[in-house]
Design a protein around this ligand. Sequence first.
Ligand code: GLC
Length: 435
Amino acid sequence: MVSDSDAASRIAWWRDAKFGLFLHWGVYSIPGRGEWVQWNEQIPVDEYAKLAQQFKPTSFDPEAWAAVAKDAGMKYTVLTARHHDGFALFDDPGSSFTAMKAAAHRDFVADYVAAVRKAGLHVGLYYSPLDWRYPGFFFPDLYKASADELREQYHRQLHELASHYGKLDIVWFDGGGADWLGFGGVEFKGGWHARPKGQDYTGLFSWKDEEAVADLRQSQPAILVNDRTDAPADFRSREGDGAMGDFDNRHPWELCTTITEGAWGYQPNAEVKSFDQIIKLLVGAVGHDGNLLLNVGPRPDGQIEPAQAQRLKEVGDWLKIYGQSIYATRGGPYMPGDFGVSTYHDRTIYLHILNAPNKILKLPALSAQITGCSVLTGGKVNCAQTVAGVDVSLTDNPSAVDTIVAISISEPASSIRPIRTKDEASAVAPVAKKE
Ligand code: GLC
């Protein structure tokens, strides 16, 4: 992780933002079988490349994307500028596989950045150093020239993205670092083979991630990058609904997941997650002191599926009412437990009761004095404080997806040491600092 003196102030907006929109969109959206279609179906590179000649989105409207994100209460967006298939949504004179050279003849990244910025949201780009078209990626020591060419592409494209689109707020890396390097790396039997899990790359090749990211930071001093390269990162990425993991208020982190079941890239008729599922993901992430980056895979024509936009709007409507318990909060001081999670802002603690079987919730003692207590989601509550603990008694059984109890206290909640509500190994700073 980064350790420079500006790290905390650089990431402050992001910590307050909590909720972002991830967009996986590229030529893989055309077959509609997910962004891994080339790999999964072992489509030969030349054949896959033909998709570019069909890539001419008729409904690409980045202002509409930004509006979807805004209506969802999201504060930032991250678009796949280039995924593992190598197709660049931007203008890279050094590559033949770009949106400018595809049927569209358009720099989608330029239009996207302008629209998102205009909407007042923070702008992020996803970039994959990994590119399946290069055998050097799989066997860097065997195909040294190809690996060198791939690294040259990575550094060059990153430099181009950093130089030609104005201020960027996030570069979201995926598929870089020694973790991925030499993806096949071990044996080659006429096809692509993944290196067995846990078997580290031991060869001589390096992405030189530190150099690439230092160059990025040079022209974009406020940029935030995640931890999927070997360069120092501003925040950590956790991936998938099952990866919520432990409470961690020491390292900024973000859970990314999809709004649908299945892949990140477009799949027709993919089932959209329910409102309750998404609220639980959002509240869960924020209560564990992280962010949520929720993904949509727009259709090949550029449009976000109306059913997905509708679901996002429902989440935004909820946030309009209860956003005070989410935005600009930090997770805690009650650490996640069977009941749900808690968040705080200044002298207010928000209990997010996600699974309370009955009306009384018994919590461990609180060092600050309780000065008030109310239920934001309806009904009444009594909070009885003793040296032994806090008994939260609701008049009604919690029925909302998230029953939110606001507890006012006599001192800033940031001065309270995080309180365990169950046994769990978490990364906890003694006093959660506003970073
Ligand atoms: C993965 C996948 C990918 C997706 C990403 C999002 O690493 O390779 O397709 O873009 O995760 O987190």
